[in-house]
Ligand binder design. Structure first.
Ligand code: ZN
Length: 232
């Protein structure tokens, strides 16, 4: 590590480090993240909002370290939402009052975090894809209904949804290999994605019946010929 890199972290290495896991030296995410209530310094102004907390801080020091730390500090799974009062405020046990820096994990650990984060991000992309197929089928406007049912596109959408759902089931197993990202973060991501997946699944089950109704509602002849397709 070159001198300037060591130096930029030394600037913030006074006071107490945030709690961290061994042997990774990854910071423990703040457990309590909601507003403290009566003692909230923003109580009068009703100005206590969720704020973004960088798990690896001071984050500017991490940015100055370059790859992979610059990526680590900005990773979506390395940023958590926390009430302003608990984050950085005059409240005595606000996180940044208690702790002034985080231990620096080794390069391999930082790289591993980024790889693990990609596993979670890919699952998120799959759910997004699945959701756009399913929601596309349920679009209400006549032009969409014509395309989806008159032209039989719902079958393609359903097929594509199912291929994505299978890929999700396959890839979710990789989550077990996650070792560096704290389990509380992984757990909440997976729970959230699982809720969305279950909702999509139950919507997908309704589609054959829904399609029958929609096909019956289309003007006579349209469904079989798809003749509206060529209209301007
Ligand atoms: Zn508050």
């Amino acid at each position: 590590m070159s001198d300037w890199k060591t130096k930029s972290l030394e600037i913030v290495r006074s006071g107490f480090p945030a709690p961290f896991y061994e042997p990774t030296r990854v910071p423990v995410p703040p457990r309590k993240r909601d507003c403290v209530g009566e003692e909230c310094p923003y109580r009068e102004t009703k100005d206590c909002r969720p704020s973004r907390h960088h798990l690896f801080f001071e984050h500017l020091a991490y940015l100055s370290l370059g790859h992979p730390y610059d990526k680590l500090v900005k990773d979506p799974h390395a940023i958590v939402s926390i009430a302003r009062c608990r984050h950085s405020s005059t409240y005595p046990s606000a996180w940044h009052n208690l702790y002034s820096y985080t231990e620096l994990p080794k390069v391999e650990i930082a790289e591993r975090w980024i790889e693990e984060s990609e596993i979670l991000q890919k699952l998120g992309v799959l759910i997004k894809d699945m959701s756009s197929q399913i929601n596309g089928i349920f679009k209400e406007d006549p032009a969409s209904r014509q395309r989806t049912f008159g032209d039989g596109k719902f079958k393609d959408k359903l097929e594509y949804y199912e291929s994505r759902a299978q890929e999700y089931s396959y890839k979710v197993a990789f989550v077990e290999s996650i070792e560096v990202i704290p389990s509380s973060i992984v757990g909440s991501v997976i729970t959230n994605l699982g809720v969305q997946r279950n909702l999509l699944r139950s919507k997908a089950v309704e589609i054959p019946e829904f399609a029958k109704v929609q096909l019956a509602r289309l003007p006579a002849g349209v469904a079989s010929t798809g003749s509206l397709r060529t209209l301007p």
